[in-house]
Design a protein around this ligand. Sequence first.
Ligand code: ADP
Length: 421
Amino acid sequence: MSLPPQSMAADNCESLFEGAPVAIWEKDFFEVHEYLRSLGMDKSELRAYLLARPEAVMECLRRVRVVSTNYKARSYYGTNTEEQLIAMLPHLADKSTEETFRDELLAFAGGRTSFDAEIEVRTLDGKHRLVRMSLSILPTPERPWSRVAVVFTDLSERHEVETSLRASEWQLLDYADTLQRTNEALKRVNSDLEQFAYAAAHDLREPLRTIALCSQLLKRMQSGKPPSPAGTAVEFILDSAERMEAMVSGLLAFAQSIEPPEGPRTLRTDARLALQEAINNLDLAVREARAEFEICDLPVVAVLHTQLSQVFQNLIGNAIKYRSPDRPLRIIISCEPDGDVLRFCVEDNGQGIRQEYQEKIFGIFKRLHGRQIQGNGIGLALCRRIVEHDGGRIWVESDGESGSRFIFTVRPGNSGAQLRS
Ligand code: ADP
């Protein structure tokens, strides 16, 4: 059966009202209007009166009649029926309801036909929701204020999102703060450790020298005498003192490796010159080993000259020390760009380093060879410290038998320094 057009429109309106996504109330303020009129006051007298007498405001509130509510309005208060809601409303009014209502009355009494406020609604089950309340008086000249439309827009969800965003912001700031403090603490610990290593290494040298000198003296006193346990013990002491001296010197070099000895730090070092200096320092060993070099074009880099030279010297020195007896030593030094950084490679055809040791050898005092090859196990640790201090990385690649490729990254020299072609 089809409905007459008018009734369909009325039905549609009703379902629109009931199913609206915002809470809508229709209220009748006519009795309130009459009460205020009976007081016979002008605007400012009425303001003073209502401010002084909360009971008058409550009297007005009692005179408001709820005409109808939609589903959303009822659900705000957690009620199922309009009757239940109307019965409970007086019990939900508190100090802030009273103040907002007083402002509403004064706005309407002053001739305004609309009023907006953000209010907190207390539901029947005690929960609080933040809403924007908008009131509009519909024109009804014969019964003033008898049709007042009240619309609630829920701000709680937005408020919750904003609150949780603010909380996340605070949390992030908190993390950043903790990170910074941890960083500073780490720097302090690092610098304390450096000072400790330096002091220990420096102060240990003195007694060590004395031990070495005395054992040399004892050794000389033993010379020409037949072998004896005392002579052997002196040999051991001397040997140990020399090894310890080498380790302490290495530790000292390690502790001092980062601070430049003098002058301001330059960010433009010609890698060719640093390499040349390293090879010159190793001249005797290079000639003895008959090492052949292949040197590719090298750029200007942002590392201190002395430190880059030190890295080259350690890597080339090792290539010489750990060469293979089966083939003539060949060392290739090259460099190529890798994104923002430069990747240097010192490659040899020596004994190679097995996979399981490729990380360990960068640790302090870590050696794979016995005392037949001189060394204190500090060289690669020093290289790593220098390279990492400048923000780079160093590692080794090797098949464990036919040579090693030591690779390290550094930043290019700052005024547009690039690989020379
Ligand atoms: P050191 O040479 O004084 O022992 P390093 O820290 O320079 O100390 O090297 C650590 C160890 O790594 C060496 O003892 C050696 O066993 C191994 N190693 C370093 N470089 C090479 C290389 N080019 N070829 C083979 N082994 C190497």
